[in-house]
Design a protein around this ligand. Structure first.
Ligand SMILES: NC(=O)c1ccc[n+]([C@@H]2O[C@H](COP(=O)([O-])OP(=O)(O)OC[C@H]3O[C@@H](n4cnc5c(N)ncnc54)[C@H](O)[C@@H]3O)[C@@H](O)[C@H]2O)c1
Ligand SMILES: [Zn+2]
Ligand SMILES: [Zn+2]
Length: 394
């Protein structure tokens, strides 16, 4: 009998036996690019082999959801669809063959999965998995190329998003894209580790390997960019320059280790300004805005000979890199970072414990909290640059 307490630290439980059955629940469905989310009843199939079905407890909104909602990339224009990839939840039931999780476990969905078996998962060089890596083109489950979500009337398939789809009371994922966390974890904070904050911290720690005393410039001070700042601060960087067109972000950034601010609207050239502030340029720059013009400035702001630019932003298609290949002969390097180069299953539980022990400070990233039914208001907060992360409670 599955009788799971779905609400963490609260007295409420599911008294229905749902295992193996279709669940009817509420989800926020997108029916077209930029159309308001429709919070409606949907049907969620049980998990198939090596899949899990989870009850989402909290979900938050990342800029990647925003660009998918707008349909900025052709690959993202798939409807109807359930977006969302930053969340925390509890396992409702597991499919055949799932051994590492069971009903009632608290979990974090991850858009970049880890099977643990493939040549990539066994390599220390990458956090991409052969089968479950991030894939913006994927909108059905791998097991049978079908969806697990259906409209109430029809029924018509509703497509999946980024290995996760968390804007729903219940979702089905490949077990490779679900990480078990300690049952006493503070769930609201752990939601941040599902994407944005892990991505930023990991870009500083793993991808760039920021060194004590070094200099850093961060372009775009949303949750991702500010998590880079927090990661660089925790590594002992001496100067962390924050660049954003929204001066409100400067106030938030101070708490996360930003030492200097530049508003691109106040200067002729951000990279020239940085060269003046730090002779020769910074050691590391991070592009967290998803704009090519910003990427170029981030590239030019690093020191020749050894500067490293890390790309985190998701860029609209069909844009190409804004460089001449010969520019790389000046010794500036560029690298991309997915999920901060963390191997999710192997490394996320430890990261969660480190965050809670205060190695990094997660306070300040959750700027707003709303009920799930107000998802459209929550998106508007991100569009308007008012929120870092708005937590939706289901
Ligand atoms: N690589 C990954 O694994 C990964 C993971 C999560 C998010 N992302 C991407 O990272 C980016 C940031 O995500 P977020 O959730 O922090 O977004 P966000 O919307 O909260 O923050 C983006 C920030 O960029 C600023 N910005 C916009 N134009 C700018 C400009 N011209 N110059 C300087 N700043 C500018 C905005 O004012 C905003 O503060 C997005 O592109 C997102 O899709 C990538
Ligand atoms: Zn994200
Ligand atoms: Zn793998």
């Amino acid at each position: 009998m599955s009788n799971i307490n779905y609400s963490h630290h609260q007295e409420s439980s599911s008294d229905h036996e749902t295992r193996g059955k279709t669940i009817t629940c509420k989800a926020a469905v997108v029916w077209g690019p930029g159309e308001p989310f429709s919070v409606e009843e949907i049907q969620v199939d049980p998990p198939k082999q090596m899949e899990v079905r989870i009850k989402i407890l909290y979900t938050s909104i990342c800029h990647t959801d925003l660009s998918a909602w707008k349909g900025e990339n052709e690959s993202q224009r798939v409807y109807p669809r359930i977006l969302g990839h930053e969340a925390v939840g509890v396992i409702e039931s597991v499919g055949e063959g799932v051994e590492d999780m069971r009903e009632g476990d608290y979990v974090v969905p991850v858009f970049n999965g880890e099977c643990g078996q493939c040549v990539y998962c066994k390599s220390d060089e990458t956090n991409l998995c052969e089968r479950y890596r991030v894939n913006p083109l994927k909108c059905v489950m791998l097991a049978d190329s079908k969806t697990r979500f259906w409209t109430q009337n029809g029924p018509r398939p509703i497509f999946h998003f980024l290995n996760t789809s968390t804007f729903t009371e219940f979702t089905v994922l490949d077990s490779a894209c679900v990480v078990k966390i300690d049952s006493d974890s503070p769930l609201k904070k752990v939601t941040l580790l599902s994407c944005g904050v892990s991505t930023g911290l990991g870009a500083a720690w793993n991808t760039a390997n920021v060194q004590p005393g070094s200099t850093v410039a961060i372009f775009g001070l949303g949750a991702v960019g500010l998590a880079v700042a927090e990661g660089a601060r925790s590594r002992g960087a001496s100067r962390i320059i924050g660049v954003d067109i929204n001066p409100d972000k400067f106030i938030k950034g101070k708490a996360m280790g930003i030492t200097d601010f530049i508003n691109p609207n106040d200067v002729d050239s951000v990279s020239e300004k940085i060269m003046k502030m730090i002779k020769g340029g910074v050691q590391y720059s991070f592009e967290c805005a998803g704009k090519l013009s910003v990427l170029r400035e981030a590239f030019l702001s690093t020191h020749d000979g050894w500067g490293l630019t890390v790309i985190l932003g998701i860029h609209a298609t069909p844009e190409m890199m804004p460089f001449h290949p010969m520019e790389l002969f000046q010794g500036r390097r560029i690298i991309g970072s997915v999920f901060g180069d963390f191997k999710p299953k192997t490394q996320l539980p430890l990261l969660a414990r480190q965050c809670l022990q205060g190695v990094v400070n997660l306070d300040g990233f959750i700027t707003h909290e709303l009920p799930f039914s107000q998802i459209n208001e929550a998106f508007q907060l991100l569009v308007d640059g008012k929120s870092l992360r708005c937590l939706l409670q289901l």
